[in-house]
Write a protein that binds this ligand. Sequence first.
Ligand code: CA
Length: 422
Amino acid sequence: MSSPLRSFIEVPADSHFPIQNLPFGVFQPKQEKPRVGVAIGDLIVDLSVLEELDHFRSPEFQGQEVFSGDSLNGFLALGRPAWRKTREILQRLLSTETPTLRDDTRLRERVFHAQKDVMMKLPARIGNYTDFYSSYYHAHNVGTMLRGPENALMPNWKWLPVAYHGRASSVVVSGADVRRPHGQIKPPDASAPIFGPTKSLDYELEMAFLVGPGNSRGEPVPIDRAVDQVFGLVLMNDWSARDIQAWEYQPLGPFLAKNFCTSISPWVVTLEALEPFRKPLLLQDPEPLPYLRGTNDFTYDIQLEARLQTSSMNAPHVITRTNFQNLYWSIAQQLAHHTVNGCNLEPGDLLASGTISGATEESRGCMLELTWRGANPLKLPNGETRKWLEDGDTLTITGWCQGESYRVGFGGVRGKIIASGV
Ligand code: CA
């Protein structure tokens, strides 16, 4: 057995970014152009510099330069052989055994940036964004509120991964403020809707994956080849205005209640990094149709938390504790289903899980479920209560896989609610 991977960069055991992770993102140093980097500890490896120095010249890269631009799209289009090769090259260059960077102070100054000194950008140009609804417990809780426990799940729910097409233009990177949206709201006892700022602003704890090369229109991706299309995962907050949603959603589903803002984390954790944390899927009953039945389908053990900090709190308070394993449908099933009619996916497309709730109360992934539509307000440690998010509240989602003495983490996705404009 080989000795565990170690880097000459010191990384504490609770860091999200050890050498086992190496997530990809787009960063911008002050006064410079954005480019692609990989996180290790508190640092970022500038891949555009390594590319310039011919470290990525093997056939997997097809003669292309993919790390000096402002998105991962070119790299995503190259597919898994290039993704694997890049990881292999970086793990070698960063290991304690390799002198190339370790012993060259001037090169290290060019290649490494401190994360605190740069701005993180959206990792990809997202052409299309789809949001699934794949947590049984979330669907069941919401269905119970709307229709009662007997009819909680719609008849299609266990047969196909339900989804809607979201809006890509308002997907933002962690840290962006979230302006409280206006819209039409119909109070339960009113005969006509009113217009105003939402009174029931919510978060949805989700994860999402970025699509790689994609498929041609008319050519579905078979389930057993679906994960070849998946580059990696991010954390996502699907901000939602519940009162606007309740009035507008029938019969075509979410629209303005969701498309004002969706936040994602800046670092994309690759499937290679997640490999040690694979878990079997939950039992699916009824058995899905053959096109959704993978030979070795799987999910991941990813611990997830949502933390709320109001403007009068000194520290964030955990309000959701859940796990990616709570999802009923796998990422392979989501992707196979999305393309089964011939719909073409493209590099940089974002496919999200839906709110990830579990069986327990603390694992509910949004305020709608936590407060049961406002009936049981959350009690915060400083005595404040919340039915919904208020102006000045900051909501952060974080997640990690726990290994033996290391973590493969996702960092976080954070957003602060600001008052609506007039
Ligand atoms: Ca959602």
